[in-house]
Write a protein that binds this ligand. Structure first.
Ligand SMILES: [Zn+2]
Length: 288
């Protein structure tokens, strides 16, 4: 299966594409009241533009997202009062991520969600309060009065798997909606390097010190606009003492015997699976 990243030169925004009608071979990543519209039929979950238009449905605020398997992907929005035709449903994006367990598909949906959110949030200049317009080239909004350009907000976050030989430190967060254990994570603070953020967050959340950090990749996380940067971090010293405001439980687990962990398609899972691969320990499938 091809990934959109096979075509990097065409993987870009067309800022002037707002309002352009895409027809035929395009996939829609359309949101209605903050939920992603999916095809619930056997050829789902991606919505094909032509079939959607067959029902007379034309989303607003269309933006070209990129290519997936060579096909244009377009984000857009449907008004809350529009009735979805049979075979379509609007679903929570987190739930979609857990069900499809496909990092590329989730990346596309997450990109769409952030663009739709951006259209909603940035309607007025944050400097003078006047209405804004699309920037002619950039993915930005420009104030018609004072010329100030506002770019979409992206919040850098670090996410790290703390390792100790064949053991990994996994924690249950106070905000988790499922009984699972995951890697630690947190926002980067102003003036901080990513490495400092990893060390500070691990120290604050579970009271241990880490070093020998290894960058392992990143993932946009649209809740609402984080960019997760993933690390392996080696345990250095200290006993686990959790911050009860953030963590309900944290433990060392041997990589061959893990509790329920995040689904495939998430960077947390990728950090864990790649560490097991690195140690040569087969992963055990987990149902979601
Ligand atoms: Zn202004």
């Amino acid at each position: 299966m091809r990934s959109p990243f096979d075509a990097p030169s065409r993987w870009r925004f067309l800022a002037g594409a707002k309002g352009t009608a895409y027809a035929g071979d395009a996939f829609y990543f359309v949101f209605q009241s903050g939920r992603l519209v999916v095809n619930t039929g056997p050829d789902g979950p991606i919505v094909q533009a032509a079939r959607f238009q067959h029902y007379g449905l034309m989303p607003d605020h269309l933006h070209f997202l990129g290519l997936w398997q060579g096909i244009s992907c377009v984000s857009g929005e449907l008004a809350a009062e529009v009735l979805l035709p049979p075979g379509y449903a609007a679903v929570d994006l987190r739930r979609f991520a857990m069900e499809v367990q496909d990092e590329d598909l989730f990346a596309m949906a997450s990109r769409a969600q952030q663009i739709v959110d951006w259209e909603h949030t940035y309607r007025f200049c944050c400097r003078c309060g006047s209405p804004v317009q699309d920037h002619p080239q950039d993915f930005a909004k420009v104030c018609a009065r004072c010329g100030y350009a506002q770019y979409p907000r992206i919040s850098p976050c670090v996410i790290m798997l703390v390792t100790r030989g064949e053991e990994v430190l996994l924690a249950q967060g106070t905000r988790f909606t499922r009984p699972m254990y995951s890697t630690l994570a947190g926002f980067v603070e102003p003036g901080e390097t990513l490495e400092q953020a990893v060390q500070r967050e691990v120290w604050e959340e579970v009271g241990v010190l880490v070093d020998h950090l290894q960058y392992r990749g990143s993932q946009p996380w649209p809740f609402p606009h984080s960019l997760m940067m993933g690390f392996w971090a080696q345990y250095a010293e200290g006993e686990i003492i959790v911050d009860p405001e953030e963590i309900t439980d944290a433990r060392w687990y041997h990589v061959s015997s893990l509790p329920p962990i995040p689904p495939q398609g998430s960077i947390a899972r990728r950090l864990i699976d790649s560490y097991r691969d690195y140690l040569g320990v087969p992963s055990t499938p987990q149902r979601w």
